[in-house]
Design a protein around this ligand. Structure first.
Ligand code: FES
Ligand code: FES
Length: 209
């Protein structure tokens, strides 16, 4: 790795990597070169990311997930690790405005991408409208799923901009985000309110014009 940037925007990693066995193995296939495979796994790759508007360059092993990068390296623990298998949605973040499961995403695949986590939604002290709606509608209990729910809802309304979705469609679109506390009715109320407001606001502007 030779790429350099200013110290405040560059982070260097030395991820732990599997070590080759010290046991001699006369049955090893010389063509497969197992030590060479481990060497590839140990290689660090430069990855440029913009995370909540902050541009940084990382050196990462190819098996580092975006979720582990955010939580373990960046300390952005708002993004939760639930199942770690793409089944609960607790790890949902926005990449270029589109929602993804960070636990299923290798960070090296995101080179050059703009990532937004729950920590990046608010503008200073002002909550994002979706965050405010979740508070207003009491759309959580333990709160573990909430960051993923909010990021998913923000991504959903971006994907469906200008559309009036039915409650059934909203539930379907949010079905990748599970809530063990069963706060679904209140979550639906919050998402519906933001959807309705985001549709009516431009219309009011047009009338004024
Ligand atoms: S932690 Fe990623 S989907 Fe469950
Ligand atoms: S609020 Fe507890 S899991 Fe959703």
């Amino acid at each position: 790795m030779t790429e350099q940037t200013t110290s405040d925007s560059f982070d260097r990693f030395s991820d732990p990597a599997p070590q080759p066995s010290s046991q001699p193995n006369s049955q090893q296939n010389p063509v497969l070169q197992p030590d060479a495979g481990l060497s590839l796994l140990n290689e660090h790759h430069p990855v440029k990311l913009s995370i909540n508007g902050q541009k940084q360059i990382f050196e990462l092993t190819p098996w580092t997930t975006l979720l582990d990068l955010l939580r373990e390296r960046m300390g952005l623990t708002g993004t939760k690790k639930g199942c770690d298998h793409g089944q609960c949605g607790a790890c949902t973040v926005l990449v270029e405005g589109k929602r993804i499961n960070a636990c299923l995403t290798l960070a090296v695949m995101m080179d050059g991408a703009e990532i937004t986590t729950i920590e990046g939604l608010a503008l200073g002290e002002a909550l994002h409208p979706m965050q405010a709606a979740f508070v207003e509608h009491d759309a959580f209990q333990c709160g573990y799923c909430t960051p993923g729910q909010i990021c998913s809802a923000v991504g959903l309304l971006e994907e469906q901009a200008g559309k009036q979705l039915s409650d059934h469609e909203l539930r379907e679109q949010m079905s990748g985000n599970l809530c063990r506390c069963g706060a679904y009715p209140n979550i639906l109320d919050a998402v519906r309110e933001v959807m309705n407001n985001s549709i009516t606001a431009p219309q009011a502007d047009q009338e004024a014009a």
